[in-house]
Design a protein around this ligand. Structure first.
Ligand code: PLP
Length: 404
């Protein structure tokens, strides 16, 4: 039977202390014990259902974690204070000094910077590869490799990872496959395709209101227990825990994710088709012209579409900046990083979210100066949005003359 992520969220029932339809918020950093023995057992990790201290976990984080584990089809999950808090904890939990990681070369700039500049200080080194070529991925694996790392749909180039193929490689070489699914919640379910650990930046589509940062790690009970271990758990010891108040608000937003993703996807597909017809270099996994369109289609949970992210290349950074400024002036969206908001957000990744990647490497991976990354909003009237965007492009001579 096809995996139904939104049903899994819908079917969860949590009630508040006094029968409230939302669970009560655990507004406490520490918890009392009736006996000293239970406190000791909890430190040893043997007192299920007991809470100790909120950096470890809290009831509010547990509710949100269980909902996201249900969405991703994993045994459980742990909530972190940011997406980077999730990514860094997972990688540092799985890798020791001397270990090696094979990572996609097109990943979020912060993750790239962590792997390129930070983990080498701990003697953990990374080979960055074209994740769409399984033979190249396999060739990069060494006897020291512990982890294969990718984004299901990559930031910002929207390359699509063949999760089944990568999972087979991971199995063959005894590696863990870690997938950051931030760009494609509900549309792609990496665990069902063979991933070991699924990560999200909750900051983006899942929370959807651009009012907080947050992250989640979805995995097996044993792995999440390891991350929370008081003696050597990276989530526990590095301290990137989300506060209960925020966790409760993210849980409430999660309940409309299925509707929002459908609208983001429908709007993005509409604009991508129009932009392409206008002769713009447009990348969107829902277009037949995307090199991994069929792969995405084979992996996806059909009803959520191809996601809300698309890119266009307008030829130069000056043109990209002029277009973004004009679109913002006309209230078509905001010149802002991040994604998953109700308004369209646009930025030029080469000089913003991917600026951690050196220019020569940006060039090798095809990250050009004129690239604009769009996170398409929930616009009720996408036809009007398109007409107004098209007018901006015509005013700035971005469209080819014969199309004007
Ligand atoms: N993963 C992806 C794909 C991202 O785009 C981002 C942020 O832009 C992150 C992870 C990091 O998340 P956060 O900003 O919540 O730490």
């Amino acid at each position: 039977m096809k995996f139904k992520p939104a049903n899994n969220i819908q079917d969860l029932q949590y009630f508040g202390e006094f029968g409230g339809v939302n669970p009560s918020i655990s507004d406490s950093s520490t918890y009392t014990f009736l006996s000293a023995k239970t406190m000791f057992d909890t430190f040893e990790g043997n007192a299920d259902g007991c809470y100790l201290y909120s950096r470890h976990t809290s009831p509010s984080n547990l509710y949100l974690g269980e909902a996201l584990a249900a969405m991703e089809g994993t045994e459980t999950a742990t909530i972190t204070a940011s997406g980077m808090g999730a990514i860094t904890a997972v990688l540092l939990q799985l890798c020791n000094a001397g270990d090696h990681i094979v990572s996609s070369r097109t990943i979020y700039g912060g993750t790239y910077a962590f792997l390129k500049n930070f983990t080498p200080k701990l003697n953990i080194n990374t080979s960055f590869v074209d994740i769409t070529k399984l033979d190249i991925v396999e060739a990069a694996i060494t006897e020291h490799t512990k982890v294969l790392y990718c984004e299901s749909v990559s930031n910002p180039l929207l390359e699509v990872a063949d999760i089944k193929g990568l999972a087979a490689l991971a199995k063959k070489h005894n590696l863990k496959l870690i997938v950051d699914n931030t760009f494609s919640p509900l549309s792609i379910s990496p665990k069902a395709l063979g991933a070991d650990v699924v990560i999200h930046s909750l900051t983006k589509f899942i929370n959807g209101s651009s009012d907080t940062v947050g992250g989640v790690i979805c995995g097996t009970q044993a792995f999440i227990d390891n991350l929370r271990n008081v003696n050597d758990g990276a989530a526990m010891l590095l301290g990137s825990t989300m506060d209960s108040l925020r966790s409760a608000s993210v849980l409430k937003n999660l309940r409309t994710l299925h509707l929002r993703i459908q609208q983001h996807s429908n709007n993005a597909l509409y604009l991508a088709n129009k932009f392409k017809k206008d002769g713009l270099k447009t990348v969107y996994p829902g277009l037949n012209s995307h090199p991994s369109h069929d792969l995405f289609q084979n992996m996806m949970n059909q009803k959520y579409g191809f996601g809300g992210m698309l890119t266009i290349d307008v030829g130069s950074l000056d043109k990209a900046n002029a277009l973004m400024e004009l679109m913002q002036e006309r209230n078509l969206g905001y010149l802002a990083v991040s994604l998953g908001f109700y308004k369209t957000l646009f930025s030029a990744p080469g000089s913003s979210t991917s600026s951690e990647i050196p220019e020569d490497e940006q060039e090798t991976m095809g990250l050009t100066d004129g690239l604009i990354r769009f996170s398409i909003g929930l616009d009720a009237d996408i036809e009007r949005t398109y007409t107004m965007m098209n007018a901006c492009m015509r005013e700035l001579n971005i469209l080819k003359p014969e199309l004007i």
